[in-house]
Design a protein around this ligand. Structure first.
Ligand SMILES: [Ca+2]
Length: 309
């Protein structure tokens, strides 16, 4: 299965695409970066740091949008530190960025492949994807689909009481993606909040003794401090890696095809994903929304793959 990862690396993003690179089932065509957790210069740097750590510098990294479609950028240094990769010192990347603007590159790479052979894996605000869909109207039909981490139903929000971070940062982009007709699998907070990085799970990484394992032990340990203080849980969620797990092992999840719309007007609930779980609107479904995950099997799968690198 051919995939492109669109990402704003913090460590959970990097786990998602590195686990994919270690998986023979998936062929990663490119990594595209966007502003989100930190500005795009830093997400582009973090993506290359992760690839260099894993010795996979043949994977091109294309930088994309520096700001949301209509709004000023909101970032999440309070979670991931100033660099987005705080907690472990990785060397400055030596690999240059690939030439090209991420949204156009997504169009070019997907349209160069046979129809319905490429899946977009979206781990960040959806700015690049909305721009790509606008640049090439045939793109939506040419994709297998989009698998994205974002939104929430019963878990409501994490950046505001009503909204999840990726949708909140660029609600207009999210709204365009959900209105595009693309086959969407949405992995919301309802699902990722079940996938907690407990000390026991984290120790898998440290005890591996590999450079990748040690680095991600420390990077995820740093994230955990914020999540522990905020939620009081035994570990923080490994949000974005659920996207890779869905592609490798969909049997670990359950969900429902429903209508999802994104709030773009209300200041109070901006970026909220309105999930019609009970079908009260009668509107056609536009996304498969996942709500449960087998967390133990998920960590065995994802950390197992990561530690192959
Ligand atoms: Ca992300």
């Amino acid at each position: 299965m051919k995939v492109i990862f669109d990402t704003d690396p913090s460590p959970d993003d990097a786990v998602a695409f590195l686990a994919a690179l270690a998986s023979p089932e998936l062929e990663v065509l490119a990594i595209t970066t966007v502003a989100g957790n930190v500005p795009v210069e830093l997400t582009s740097k973090n993506a290359r740091k992760a690839l260099e750590l894993a010795g996979r510098t043949e994977i091109p990294v294309y930088a994309g949008a520096a700001a949301p479609l209509l709004r000023p950028l909101v970032t999440a240094e309070h979670v991931h530190g100033r660099t987005g990769f705080d907690g472990y010192e990785l060397p400055e990347p030596q690999t240059p960025l690939a030439m090209g603007f991420a949204p156009q590159t997504i169009v070019d790479l997907v349209m160069a492949q046979p129809p319905r052979t490429v899946t977009l894996c979206c781990l960040a605000p959806l700015t690049n994807i909305a721009l790509a869909l606008a640049r090439e109207p045939r793109l939506a039909d040419h994709l297998v689909g989009i698998v994205l981490m974002g939104g929430a139903w019963s878990e409501a929000g994490n950046i505001t009481p009503a909204a999840e971070f990726n949708f909140y940062v660029d609600p207009e982009a999210a709204a365009r993606v959900f209105a595009s007709g693309v086959d969407i699998t949405m992995i919301p907070l309802d699902c990722t909040h079940q996938a907690l990085i407990t000390d026991e799970r984290l120790s898998m990484l440290r005890s591996s003794g590999t450079p990748v394992g040690i680095a991600f032990y420390h990077l995820l340990e740093f994230n955990k401090r914020f999540d522990l203080a905020k939620y009081g849980w035994p570990g923080g969620p490994l949000h974005d890696a659920t996207v890779t797990a869905w592609l490798l092992a969909p049997q670990l999840f359950s969900g429902r095809k429903v209508r999802v719309d994104i709030e773009c007007l209300s200041p109070l609930t901006l970026g909220a994903s309105v999930v019609d779980w009970w079908g009260v609107t009668g509107q056609p479904a536009n996304a498969l929304v996942l709500r449960t995950i087998d967390a133990e099997a998920f960590f065995q799968l994802i950390f197992g793959r990561l530690l192959r690198l």
